[in-house]
Design a protein around this ligand. Structure first.
Ligand SMILES: *[C@@H]1O[C@H](CO)[C@@H](O)[C@H](O)[C@H]1NC(C)=O
Ligand SMILES: *[C@@H]1O[C@H](CO)[C@@H](O)[C@H](O)[C@H]1NC(C)=O
Ligand SMILES: *[C@@H]1O[C@H](CO)[C@@H](O)[C@H](O)[C@H]1NC(C)=O
Ligand SMILES: *[C@@H]1O[C@H](CO)[C@@H](O)[C@H](O)[C@H]1NC(C)=O
Ligand SMILES: *[C@@H]1O[C@H](CO)[C@@H](O)[C@H](O)[C@H]1NC(C)=O
Ligand SMILES: *[C@@H]1O[C@H](CO)[C@@H](O)[C@H](O)[C@H]1NC(C)=O
Ligand SMILES: *[C@@H]1O[C@H](CO)[C@@H](O)[C@H](O)[C@H]1NC(C)=O
Length: 210
């Protein structure tokens, strides 16, 4: 599932059936690597991996297995199906006032001189919060409050200086928790204005300004 940075995550491992009389050792893995083990008495059919506060280092696929003894024999379950834990990414999209947008291999291309907007949105989970938009071409970060879990950043006149990588992130305070999303990026290319040559004989030629 998708989790915000700072959210509490708890993972549990369940036994398919209660194994009587013996202690059971649960082993948790993250991306196939050992994370921790917990040994419980015979009466517990599930065990919780110690809660953690989400951050990038906790991303990955979790699975568990259990080991016990039955009639003096070691018994081990196969690994459980894994559960994926990832940081929640906002959606980033671009819209233009008119049909002056094209999709290139690297993302949208906006025609110079036209207006465009970059919209950041997030799946509804908490009310309020802020969206930040970083731009690779400057050190400025624009911030807007989330309205209906989204915010739009408007650029009235596309210039070559607007070309680059835009990154959206979301932040929200929930009681004393400061939660945040991962960053989602979009590469915007500005292309020259399409101009029609003036002489009648040349009306079919379309030039691209550079
Ligand atoms: C599980 O925990 C016990 C006790 O802390 C330890 O001896 C054992 O090696 C651990 N198992 C694994 C697979 O690390
Ligand atoms: C594990 O995954 C398989 C295949 O997706 C599914 O058929 C099975 O029901 C799952 N088992 C559990 C315990 O969720
Ligand atoms: C496209 O958008 C630009 C900038 O907003 C505007 O100047 C132009 O008239 C628009 N063109 C059309 C065909 O709507
Ligand atoms: C961004 O900031 C860094 C260090 O603060 C500086 O070296 C760099 O030139 C700045 N870049 C722009 C595009 O302003
Ligand atoms: C928020 O979304 C709802 C449902 O989509 C809509 O009815 C409402 O007008 C939106 N509010 C704002 C401020 O955009
Ligand atoms: C969360 O609270 C801190 C401390 O009061 C504040 O600096 C920050 O701007 C707040 N963030 C949001 C998204 O409201
Ligand atoms: C932008 O995001 C894509 C995946 O969505 C990633 O592969 C790429 O490295 C990112 N680029 C930057 C500059 O962060």
């Amino acid at each position: 599932s998708d989790i915000l940075h700072g959210e509490q995550v708890q993972l549990t491992c369940n036994l398919p059936t209660l194994i009587p009389c013996n202690a059971v050792e649960f082993i948790f893995n993250l991306n196939g690597d050992f994370v921790m083990n917990v040994t419980v008495g015979s009466s517990q059919s599930r065990v919780m991996l110690t809660q953690f506060k989400m951050d990038a280092s906790h991303q990955g696929r979790y699975s568990c297995l259990y080991r016990t003894t039955s009639n003096g024999q070691a018994v081990s379950s196969p690994y459980s199906n894994s559960t994926e834990v990832v940081l929640l990414h906002p959606k980033i999209s671009l819209s233009v006032s008119n049909v002056s947008m094209f999709w290139g291999s690297k993302g949208p291309k906006v025609t110079r001189g036209h207006s465009f907007s970059i919209t950041c949105s997030i799946q509804p989970r908490y009310p309020g919060g802020l969206f930040h938009l970083d731009f690779s071409g400057s050190n400025r970060t624009e911030t807007k409050p989330a309205v209906n879990h989204s915010a739009s950043f408007h650029f009235p006149f596309a210039e070559y200086k607007h070309e680059g990588n835009y990154r959206c992130s979301y932040e929200v305070n929930v009681s004393t928790w400061a939660l945040g999303s991962a960053k989602s990026n979009l590469t915007v290319t500005i292309r020259g204005k399409i101009t029609q040559a003036l002489p009648k004989s040349c009306t079919k030629s379309i030039l691209y300004e550079t």
